[in-house]
Design a protein around this ligand. Structure first.
Ligand code: FES
Ligand code: FES
Length: 164
């Protein structure tokens, strides 16, 4: 056992972790943050996606003790985030979830797409989502939701001056 200190959702947390404990298990079992879901536990499905130092990672194949001193954001940490707020609303409007199992990881990946690729088209969104599997929706609603938020955030054309 080793004590690992992480900055999780803006707060420092110190807790003991086994040497081979995954970040996902540490968050769920050590810190009670069960919004991070586990599917394959092999780095394939993306259900466990969290943000580590600002970038999405698969927490099932990330060793907790290797994250000493780093900043982790789980889905619970985005309650006041305006981009995540828009994505949540768009996921609801576009029927982008059914069972919801993939949704926390999907939302964290979606937020990364929206912030990193403001001009992404449908093909690019689908490419970026390739590491997040959903067994329910067929992806169409998820893609529509992300494109909706990208469109909402796109600079609006300046209206032509009205002749006086
Ligand atoms: S549970 Fe981590 S990628 Fe599937
Ligand atoms: S909504 Fe069920 S797996 Fe995606």
């Amino acid at each position: 056992m080793k004590t690992v200190t992480l900055h999780v959702n803006g707060q420092a947390h110190s807790a003991a972790a086994e040497g081979r404990c995954s970040l996902a298990d540490h968050l769920r079992e050590g810190l009670g943050l069960t919004g991070t879901h586990l599917g394959c536990e092999h780095g394939v499905c993306g259900a466990c996606t969290v943000q580590l130092d600002g970038a999405p990672v698969r927490s099932c194949i990330t060793i907790a003790t290797a994250c000493e001193g780093r900043a982790v954001h789980t889905i619970e940490g985005f309650d006041d985030d305006p981009v995540m707020g828009r994505l949540r609303a768009a996921f609801t409007a576009e029927h982008a979830l059914q069972c919801g199992y993939c949704t926390p990881g999907m939302l964290i990946t979606a937020r990364d797409i929206v912030l990193r690729l403001p001009c992404a088209d449908e093909a690019r969104v689908r490419l970026e989502l390739a590491g997040n599997l959903c067994r329910c929706t067929g992806y169409r609603g998820i893609v529509r939701a992300i494109l909706r938020v990208l469109a909402e955030r796109a600079p609006q054309p300046v209206p032509a001056a009205v002749a006086g």
